[in-house]
Design a protein around this ligand. Sequence first.
Ligand code: NAP
Length: 287
Amino acid sequence: MAVLLKGKPVTERMAQELAPRIETLRAAGVEPTLAIVRMGERPDDLSYERTAIKRAESLGVTVKPYVLDEFAPQEALHATLQSVNLDAGVHGCLMFRPLPSFIDEKAMCNALSPDKDVDGISLASLAAVFTDASEGFPPCTAAACVRMLDHYEVPLAGKHVVVVGRSLVVGKPVSMMLLRRNASVTICHSKTEHLEKICRSADIVICATGRARAFGAECFSPGQTVLDVGINFDTHGNLCGDVNFDEVEPVVGAITPVPGGIGTVTTSMTMAHTVAAAQAAAEAMRR
Ligand code: NAP
C-alpha cells in the first residue's frame, strides 16, 4: 500500500502559516484581494471560481470577479487587465484560460503586471522561474507540486525526477523549480521514446499530460513517489487523473489522489501568492 499524499494536510498547514500574515495585513488596513478575470460562463471556469472563492473566504482573502462576455473584444479584456494593474486595492490576478480563440492570449498574459501575476502567466514571471530571478510568481500548479513534495519531506537533491508534460503551466516550470532544488530532471513529452522505461527509472514521477488514467502499472516501480497533476474526465464522466490509481497505488511508495491531491494545493497556492503580493505592495507603500 502506497502512502497517500493528500492535499488537505498541506492546505491546512498553509492556512496556519497564512493566518498571522493576513491578520497583520488586515490590522494595517490592507485587505488581501485576488481579482478573477473570466470571459464567458465555461462550466470548468465557474467550478474553479466557486472553489477559489470558498478557499479565499475561509482564509480571509477577498475575491473580486471581473466577468466579460465570451464575445467581448480583446480591447475590453485589455482594459480590464489595465484596471486590475492600476487598482491598488487588488494584489493578485487569476485570468481563466484558455481565452476565446479570437484573443491574442500571449499578449493578454503579458498585459498583466508581474507584481499581480500570482499564477505566473506573464513572460516576466516565467523568465524569473527559468533564471532564478525574484520577479513575479511561478505558476501555482508547479509551485503546488514542489510544496506537496516538501510537505511530505520527499528528498529532492540528487534524486531523479521524471516530468511528463512540457507545458508552460506545469511541465516546464516544475522542472526548473526542481532543478533549482538540485534534482536531476528528465522532461518527457508526446514524442518521447521508451517513456515507460524512463518513468520506471525515476525516484519521482510527475504526470501532467491530460490523458485520463493513461499511466498504468507498467510505468512505475516500487518505492517511487508519484504526483498526478492531471484533471480529466473518463468516458463515464468521472473525474480522474493521468494515472490509473487502482493499478499503480499497490506498486509505488507514495502517490497523490485525484481529486484531493495537487489540485487542492494549487488553489491554496494562489491565495499564498496573493498574500505575498499584498505584503510586497504594503512594503513598497511604506518605503
Ligand atoms: P497541455 O498544455 O495540454 O500539455 C500536455 C503535455 O503532455 C504536453 O507537453 C504533451 O506533449 C504531453 N503529452 C500529451 N500526450 C502525451 C503522451 N502520449 N506521452 C507523453 N506526453 C504526452 O496540458 P497542461 O495544461 O500542462 O495540463 C496537463 C494536465 O494537468 C491536464 O489534465 C490539466 O487539466 C491538468 N492541470 C491540473 C492543474 C491542477 O491544479 N491540478 C492545473 C493545470 C493543469 P507535447 O508537448 O509533445 O504535445
